[in-house]
Design a protein around this ligand. Structure first.
Ligand SMILES: Cc1ncc(COP(=O)(O)O)c(C=O)c1O
Length: 392
């Protein structure tokens, strides 16, 4: 990306699309592409690594516009969109790994990624080991086996927000020929994956890129022709597809991403700082605050934050009291996902699953997604919530 982020978001994916003079790329739906003759069909059929409309599953102009834009903001060379953020995790793992391979996954990983490794990959003879997300280069190197093929990373981690030392982990992985995958959904453009040693970057576009809680979509981006060849081939072999309507909405979301992200980052920092001054709170798990594991790596490697963070309550408040607090909130929806324009909250302690014994915190944890509401209104609502917590 040579232009600054805000400028790139306005222009990305628009050049050369069939917009017929309109500002926005056209929405193209389709399965069958008709070829003028057999010679054209035979020639074009070999060009599946290029953005060429061959058949619906290979993508339409709308897909290619979004894929070009995401590759640009991730700093990669090629992108493949798929039907969900979770598919953006499972598809490259299935495309890359084979029976007998070994995979390293951080203990703080998004729950459905853990489920996929434990059920699907296991069924196909691929073994997963979980590692402490705070491991350093030597610690990770010691876990690499002869059959280790992928180091999976997610930084910060789901629910507990550990920021990983990605450059050090990538060095250890690459020294043994291991590919580095990263779920970069939280970082979006604030973390440039390929500049930090990542080979395969994953985005749940469902979150901030969509931005309006109305699409489910994922993207996988790589930065070399060789990585693109196995990724694209694997995606087609697995029959992955994303709706062009959702791609079009994601392109629309992209145009306002910089202003939404900046507003939500600032509001979330205000709310996180407010939480850190409340006596009911043991610590705030926001990567920009020193109380978050890996804060130093955040300062070194990220250019900013999004609006999602966790709060650990004092040990004296049990799960039932946290539920009372959540039920007392008027402006926070109780719901999964994040990155939309509205504030959300979820109690997370019960959903955290660990295999490597990491991430033990002082008390119950709740996850907050800060939306575009007025910050003072949100803090007033949370003040009522904390009163319910104390009464609980
Ligand atoms: C870190 C992370 N990665 C991936 C996903 C999956 O995204 P989707 O809901 O689009 O499948 C989520 C969803 O919450 C997430 O939090």
């Amino acid at each position: 990306m040579t232009e600054k982020f805000e400028t790139a978001l306005v222009h990305a994916g628009r050049a050369g699309t069939k917009s017929y003079g309109y500002v926005n790329p056209k929405l193209t739906r389709g399965s069958t592409v008709l070829y003028p003759d057999m010679a054209t069909k035979l020639t074009l059929g070999k060009r599946y690594l290029e953005p060429v409309e061959l058949y619906g599953i290979c993508g339409t102009d709308t897909h290619f516009a979004l894929e070009g834009a995401i590759a640009e903001i991730e700093g990669g060379s090629h992108c493949q969109v798929v039907g969900s953020g979770l598919a953006a995790i499972t598809m490259p793992l299935l495309a890359y790994l084979s029976a007998g391979d070994h995979l390293l996954v951080p203990d703080s990983v998004y729950g459905p990624t853990r489920t996929f490794c434990g059920i699907v990959l296991r069924r196909f003879g691929i073994e997963t080991s979980y590692y402490n997300p705070m491991l350093d280069e030597a610690g990770l190197a010691a876990l690499i086996r002869d059959n280790t093929k992928v180091l999976f990373t997610e930084s910060p981690g789901s629910h507990t927000f550990e920021v990983q030392d990605i450059p050090a982990l990538a060095r250890a992985a690459h020294a043994s020929g291991v590919k580095v995958f990263m779920d970069n959904t939280w970082g979006i453009h604030h973390f440039q994956p390929f500049a930090h040693g990542v080979d395969v970057s994953i985005q749940a576009l469902t979150k901030y890129v969509g931005g309006h809680s109305d699409i489910i979509l994922g993207a996988v981006t790589v930065n070399s022709d060789s990585d693109w060849a196995w990724l694209r081939k694997g995606s087609l072999e697995l029959g992955q597809y994303a709706s062009p309507d959702d791609c079009w909405l994601a392109l629309r979301g992209l145009r306002t991403l910089s202003v939404r992200l900046r507003a939500q980052e600032q509001a979330a920092l205000s709310v996180a700082n407010w939480f850190s001054q409340q006596s009911e709170v043991a610590r705030v798990l926001h990567p920009a605050l020193p109380s978050c594991p890996g804060h130093n790596f955040f300062k070194r490697d990220f250019t900013g934050a999004c609006g999602l963070f966790g709060v650990v309550f004092q040990e004296r408040f049990n799960a039932a009291a946290v539920v009372k607090m959540i039920d007392a909130l008027k402006l926070f929806g109780i719901g999964a996902s994040w990155g939309g324009y509205e504030s959300l909250v979820l109690p997370t302690t019960g959903t955290i699953s660990r295999s490597a014994g990491t991430g033990v915190f002082e008390g119950e944890i709740a996850r907050f997604q800060i939306g575009l509401e007025n910050t003072e209104d949100l803090i007033a609502d949370l003040t009522h919530g904390l009163a319910a917590l104390r009464a609980g």
